[in-house]
Design a protein around this ligand. Sequence first.
Ligand code: MN
Length: 329
Amino acid sequence: MRSIKNIHSDKESHWVGDGFYVKTLVNHLEDNPDFNYQHTDPFLLLDYGKPTSFEPNSNYESRPHGVGQHPHKGFETVTIAYAGEISHSDSTGGYGVIQEGDVQWMTAGRGIMHEEFHSPAFSQRGGLFSMVQLWVNLPSSHKLTAPKYQALKRADLPVVELKDNKNGNIVGTAAIIAGQWQSASQSQDTSGAASTFTAINMWDIALHSAGSTTLQVPSTHNVMLLVQEGELLINNTPVAAGSLIQFEAPAQTGVDSQIEQASKQSSDTIELNFPTTATAGETLAPVKLLLLSGEPIGEPIAGYGPFVMNTQAELKQTFRDYQTGQFGK
Ligand code: MN
């Protein structure tokens, strides 16, 4: 079992533009010795927007809620719409609407100009809005890759069933956004919908029935679990909505494991128990979780605002390029 190291739940929400009310639960710029980029590598940033109610916006055509044009360079942004819709457009001519349940995986690579707003349809009707945005680092070998999008519709995400450890009943599901789902009871792995530059798991998990189930995560990965809704026991520790669970650092490095486990990657377990007071199998208001794990890239980073490079010299050059109109070229 991979032990819990810390539970982060004390962050205040803040506004990003006037559209996204988020808690920043991972931030590569923080130097907390117990929870910094070394512990979250390759994840640079995690903004979680809990369900927040918006009035209809009758000025949406001239004053949409959101964030106007801004740059990104050196990493990927992953946006998951849980409630409401986000429209986006960028300097490569890409545009679209991320609808409820969809995932947008944007590779900024060598540079992109980007804007993100509530969609016209959501602006007109208003209602609950909830999202996650992650920044995933790129290794130095791919930092200057060409920008691209992966628009992943909910229906395109492979879904696996989570089974109760005792009786095998289905207690929930996991949509495999990225990575490999390993299950003791299933003979083969399920591959996620997104292509990634490094080994990453991103699983959108919902538990709907009382019981206990086990997740298998690679023993070489940094691992985090976001609790979005509900309460449950994780490795026998009670956790509540709005918490980010940080697990202990991987015991092995990727290099060691390649030598020792050339044929099959070894895994650690995480026990989910939901809830202790209900009768086993009882249907309940769902618990929603986002599991994030990744093989650490292990490279130095130099980041400021929307740019994350490997050295201060690269970061300075990026600012010069941005000021002189050479950005992304
Ligand atoms: Mn952006």
